[in-house]
Ligand binder design. Structure first.
Ligand code: BG6
Ligand code: MG
Length: 217
């Protein structure tokens, strides 16, 4: 497999916003009298805002108006936390690999289900490192559908098979495969074991080494 571009998921790959999403959902759940644990939050990884709310509600029926209000309320809590983020919140190894990809002259994009991705990138001060940014504000279907990754492949003008997806969520790896792209999964095998390559995190790993690995497949 010849890798010509890296498509990075944002939340859980370049920065650990899943804790901030958790705090936002947890506060909403408490206000609504719903039990919501860190374990419950794991199922929300990589999942859209709407689908996250459905999982949190655990079958409780709400009107469309109530659902919209709850999502806005949670997003307000989340944004308050994102405002406090800085470049110090990049995960170990993230800046190094993004800088290396630039040096190697390869392309790279952000492909995130989050509508807040542009704000998170601003806080991290890395937005200008990417050739394309595809985020949750796109009308395309969110992961595990392939749509967001296919938009990135079009934006970079590269066929899907040359785009390597870097993901921390099962839904993200499924979306990559549905798009015809190989994937590097970050985190436990129980979560991202279907990816062609699984690493605990980006820390201590180079783009060069990853490209060599995929060249051998
Ligand atoms: C994904 C996160 O990147 O974006 C999910 O992993 C989140 O946890 C989703 O629900 C949507 O994010 P937002 O910021 O648009 O609510
Ligand atoms: Mg993610």
């Amino acid at each position: 497999m010849i890798i010509k571009a890296f498509l990075f998921d944002l939340d859980g790959v370049l920065t650990d916003t899943s804790e901030l999403h958790y705090l936002g959902w947890k506060r909403l759940a408490e206000e609504e009298g719903i039990l919501f644990t860190r374990e419950d939050n794991e199922a929300l990884r990589g999942v859209s805002r709407r689908e996250s709310l459905n999982l949190l509600l655990k079958g409780r029926q709400v009107t469309e108006e109530q659902a919209q209000e709850m999502m806005e309320r949670k997003n307000g809590y989340y944004i308050d936390l994102v405002r406090q983020m800085t470049s110090a919140d990049l995960l170990p190894g993230a800046l190094e690999i993004v800088e290396e990809i630039r040096r190697l002259g390869l392309k790279q994009a952000i492909v995130s289900s989050s509508k807040n991705a542009p704000m998170v990138l601003d806080q991290l001060q890395i937005g200008e490192m990417f050739d394309a940014i595809i985020d949750g504000s796109s009308p395309a279907r969110s992961k595990p559908w392939p749509d967001l990754f296919l938009l990135a492949s079009q934006a970079l003008d590269l066929p899907p098979e040359n785009c390597l997806v870097v993901e921390d969520a099962l839904a993200g790896v499924q979306a990559a495969h549905a798009a015809g792209m190989p994937a590097l999964g970050l985190g436990p095998r129980e979560r991202v074991g279907i990816a062609e390559l699984v690493l605990p995190s980006l820390e201590g790993h180079t783009a060069h080494e990853v490209i060599e690995y995929f060249a051998g497949l």
